[in-house]
Design a protein around this ligand. Structure first.
Ligand code: TXA
Ligand code: MG
Length: 315
């Protein structure tokens, strides 16, 4: 049975205790809900993969309360420190060299000598990480290949009975997964567009970002390698300025649509609504979804990335 925990002192203590005992707890972050487990416990991490039905070559992000905690597990160079100071806590994941004997389960890194880390900017996530006092591995709390959850109800729709609890913090503010940056080589490489716009990172670095993955043959790096991902049950047609018979229209901007990402054409609002709209289209039983064009800048880049995956051919 999956417990529904309230976002109060009792709920937090329960959630932290479950994590310390090797249990799986879904918790809210500012991006999406994570499926948390103790990153130093092989069995807990194995249960994360099992609950999600995730291919085990896809490594996990470790969540920590602050940059100082990250330093215990990873090596940060000047660039990584600058990015951490500018954007943590926040929707940025850094892939960094892992310290030898860091105590992180090899199942988390899928055997790589790098670790993806993030400091979430959500009061409940922060409180939970401090209370549990563990490195918490947390992929998005959805079955593998399906839409990421931005509410506790989305989590339960996909994983009820497969995890111990969900800590309910209401809807996520950002609504898109974190931006992932590889900080292993000379210059950072963008592995996944996400909740922190690439333009903000480029402004911080004073340089434009290279796009990854760098070495797809050897590194099971970006989630982009699983082409169909973030998929609703219905088919998805992109850049649709009008609908064909039988289609449900997901709009953007001031136009007549069955559902709208943002009537005012606000990309931040659209990002926050994206996964909830896709979940609701599933619930409605929409078989063919047409999506309005979304501008490809700022958060629009990450929204378009998710929509392209949702539209990709399925196995
Ligand atoms: O916003 C987020 O990032 C959410 C919340 C819960 O924090 N988490 C999330 O995790 O989206 P997940 O597992 O769905 O996506 C993480 C991606 C993986 O698909 C993997 O490709 C990449 O991060 N990743 C993890 N470790 C990596 C590594 N060492 N090198 C390169 N990529 C890595
Ligand atoms: Mg995911």
């Amino acid at each position: 049975m999956t417990r529904h925990l309230d976002p109060d002192e009792t709920g937090l203590k329960r959630a932290a205790e479950m994590l310390r005992r090797g249990g799986l707890v879904s918790f809210p972050t500012e991006t999406v809900y994570g499926l948390g487990g103790d990153a130093s416990d092989d069995a807990a991490v194995a249960r994360i993969y099992q609950a999600k039905g995730r291919p085990s070559f896809n490594p996990l992000i470790v969540h920590l309360p602050d940059a100082e905690a990250v330093e215990a597990y990873c090596v940060l160079d000047d660039t990584a420190r600058r990015l951490a100071a500018a954007f943590w806590p926040g929707a940025l994941t850094l892939v960094l060299p892992i310290r030898p004997y860091a105590g992180i389960s090899k199942l988390v890194t899928a055997g790589l000598d790098t670790l993806a880390v993030r400091v979430p900017d959500h009061p409940l996530a922060q409180a939970l990480l401090r209370e549990a006092a563990l490195p918490v591995a947390a992929p998005s709390a959805n079955p593998s290949g399906r839409i990421s959850p931005t509410t506790a109800a989305h989590v339960l729709a996909g994983l009820a009975g497969r995890i111990d609890a969900v800590l309910d913090g209401g809807p996520c503010g950002v609504g898109l997964e974190s931006t992932i940056l590889d900080c292993i080589g000379e210059a950072p490489v963008l592995l996944r567009a996400g909740g922190l716009p690439a333009e903000a990172i480029e402004a911080c670095l004073g340089a434009s970002l290279a796009l990854g993955p760098v070495a797809p043959a050897t590194a099971p790096t970006a989630p982009g390698q699983l082409v169909s991902h973030y998929a609703p049950r219905g088919t998805v047609r992109l850049d649709a300025t009008e609908t064909e018979p039988g289609e449900t229209y997901l709009g953007f901007g001031p136009l007549g649509a069955d559902m709208n990402l943002s009537r005012s054409g606000d990309l931040v609002e659209a990002a926050a609504n994206l996964f909830d709209c896709l979940h609701r289209l599933d619930t409605m039983g929409a078989e063919r979804i047409a999506v309005a064009p979304i501008p490809d800048h700022g958060l629009g880049r990450a929204i378009n990335d998710r929509l392209r995956r949702a539209a990709a051919p399925r196995d």
